[in-house]
Design a protein around this ligand. Sequence first.
Ligand code: BG6
Length: 483
Amino acid sequence: MNADFLWGGAIAANQVEGAWKDDGKGESISDHITAGTKTSPRRFTKEVREGEHYPSHHAIDFYHHYKEDIALFGQMGFQVLRLSIAWTRIFPMGDEEKPNQKGLDFYHAVFAECKKWNIRPLVTLSHYEMPYHLCQAYGGWQNRKVIDFFLRYCRTVFTEYQDEVDLWLTFNEMNTLVSRFGTLLGAGILPEDGADMFGLGRMQTPETKEEMQARFQALHHQFVASAKAVALAHEINPKNRVGCMLSAAGVYPYTCSPDDMLEAQWQMKKSNWFCGDVCIRGAYPYYMERFFEENAIVIVGKTEDADILKKGCVDFFSFSYYTSRCVTRNAEVQKTAGNMMLGVQNPYLKASEWGWIIDPKGLRYLLNAIYDRYQIPVMLVENGLGAVDQLTEDGCIHDDYRIAYLKAHIEQMKEAMKDGVDLIGYTPWGCIDLVSASTGEMKKRYGFIYVDLDNEGKGSGKRIKKDSFYWYQKCIASHGEEL
Ligand code: BG6
């Protein structure tokens, strides 16, 4: 691999920072989501309830451990750290005129620490942590006013950190809004009190016309916000490089029947290409028109905002990759869930303990498909295995299963690069154990670094290097040669 390939890891504020009320931070949407498990869903509550466990409130307390944690990343040889800024530390309610100085100071301190270790920050502007007030008072992203609040926040952080950050991502997994999974965390549209986070209960019934309309309108507002943020980032600092961030998965037809082929083609367009096309090509793609028409979706501003979208194309494509999925139009075949996507079981592949299909070769397939389509630099900013780890009596974690997973994926990245894909970096997810987004658990661990906390947030919080820590250190030092 090239010496300028960026190796690192990825985290998000709401899953690591904790300190949910410290130094003026406001409540985010994630602060209203309870813990769940593999079998019982996380729930949204309108008020923070006494006696309920909300994992983001304390998470792994990165807020007070960032020096120690970044030092560990530095020891592994990270060249890049993907992290998000909590919007609510900078604008606690979201609609204030002036930012919160203490919030700004915190990220200055974090970036300074990164600099000490020669780690380049890659900052996600919004990673499932929208100010809760904007959801309650404005209806989340379905309200156009939120674009201006977001841009005020962007202007503030682009200006404030112009000497510290030049790599940015706009919205984490923006394409989750294409399905109902993204309604709450992505779009900030609140369900009824106590509803399960992904609306799994509601999914038993067809989505109403109004819900679908609101979701696609919210997505349009994020397209506009993203495009404006890209233009603004370039204006404030011409060195800034801004990427889109999509949750991507290869889509395979379950059989070679033409029906399944057509379904796979459509799902690929709708879930993978639609948002990428808008962010990279700067316009709504032709194939969504029929879908909008058949579902009576009318996007306000779609025509008027065309010029904004054209002028705010991103510089690179970034994505999360955990799994591929298999689709069919045969209703008899059983569906499985995995990272906010529904598909059917692929008989050629195994799944993780949480039912996510493991498919390293699917990564090579997808990287080629992405690069074929866009021909701009690509970065893999999330990937990894969520697994239960055992701490041995002598204080070790032998996570050979995680090493095997990452090794297989890096091998396929290398193949894709030999195929000609311009892959510029890799930041595996949850480089330090953190709160799982889908289940709220701690025991679904991704890290190279173990954090001694259980699902209830109890434990010493001590950081312990896993076997994968030393493996990744070697991998980085050898530019991916020693796996
Ligand atoms: C991605 C999100 O969907 O998947 C992360 O961007 C999330 O926030 C990651 O943590 C892994 O999912 P989970 O549910 O295992 O934490």
